[in-house]
Ligand binder design. Structure first.
Ligand SMILES: *[C@@H]1O[C@H](CO)[C@@H](O)[C@H](O)[C@H]1NC(C)=O
Ligand SMILES: *[C@@H]1O[C@H](CO)[C@@H](O)[C@H](O)[C@H]1NC(C)=O
Length: 231
């Protein structure tokens, strides 16, 4: 077993970049160097008029216009009550990249006793943000379109009852869950179907990352990159 050190830099709060791929038998050590990297505070667009600025009517659910959930304070994971039903989003989101060891890394994360895996493909992927919510299904020999999935379809992938079950002596629910959709870093091909966008615009005003940030302002994004020549 070889030992590799992976240097992770927090470039913007919540974004961790792992600098190299680690093979399955490598012993993974992650060094966080967030103190040494200058970071900026990203600005987020003002969404107050976003429901009035609809440019096209599509049957894609308007998530930008949806209210940010009020998360329960006694949950570490972002969970909220929605009509007496506990719903949860993931605490962390592994957004990429394809063929950079995301399945391996995701598996290693979820062996942690306080991380619950999700009910998606490989207990990891939902393909909701860049594909399923636009009705796009990606296949080995091209894609096809079927019914568009909504936000409840996505949140149903997360094990709310599992997160609810575990709490400490202060009634704090300490477990978290995550998602790993490695296409989300690069797959912007359907963002022009968002109601606020003009389909033929040269540059889209709104993209999926805006929606993700709107519905879960403290989402932790993890990105793994890999030396393209070695690959
Ligand atoms: C957002 O825009 C609205 C409408 O233009 C304005 O009233 C409000 O003050 C703005 N909010 C912030 C935080 O800038
Ligand atoms: C949800 O989490 C609980 C607790 O870890 C587990 O027993 C249960 O099997 C999980 N359910 C699903 C569908 O993964």
């Amino acid at each position: 077993m070889s030992k590799k050190t992976v240097t992770a830099c927090i470039l913007i709060p919540g974004l961790i970049v792992l600098s190299r791929y680690v093979r399955p038998n490598d012993l993974l050590t992650v060094t966080l160097v967030d103190q040494k990297v200058p970071y900026f505070t990203p600005t987020f667009p003002n969404l107050s008029n976003v429901c009035e600025n609809i440019h096209q009517s599509t049957s894609v659910q308007d998530l930008l216009c949806m209210k940010t959930p009020t998360f329960l304070k006694n949950y570490k994971n972002p969970c909220w009550m929605d009509n007496a039903k506990l719903r949860c989003q993931p605490y962390f989101h592994l957004i990429g990249n394809a063929k950079c060891g995301t399945s391996d890394f995701y598996r290693r994360l979820t062996v942690h006793p306080d991380i619950l895996y999700n009910k998606g493909f490989l207990h990891k992927e939902t393909s909701f943000w860049s594909r399923q919510r636009f009705g796009y299904i990606h296949g080995a020999h091209g894609g096809h379109y079927e019914n568009k999935k909504n936000f409840h379809w996505y949140t149903d992938k997360f094990n709310a009852s599992g997160l609810e079950r575990f709490k400490d002596e202060n009634d704090f629910h300490y477990k978290i869950t995550g998602v790993g959709d490695p296409m989300d870093f690069y797959d912007r091909f359907h963002d022009n179907m968002m109601p606020q966008n003009q389909r033929d615009a040269e540059e889209l005003k709104w993209t999926t990352p805006h929606v993700l940030r709107h519905l879960n302002p403290n989402i932790k994004l993890i990105l793994i990159l890999r030396d393209p020549i070695e690959r």
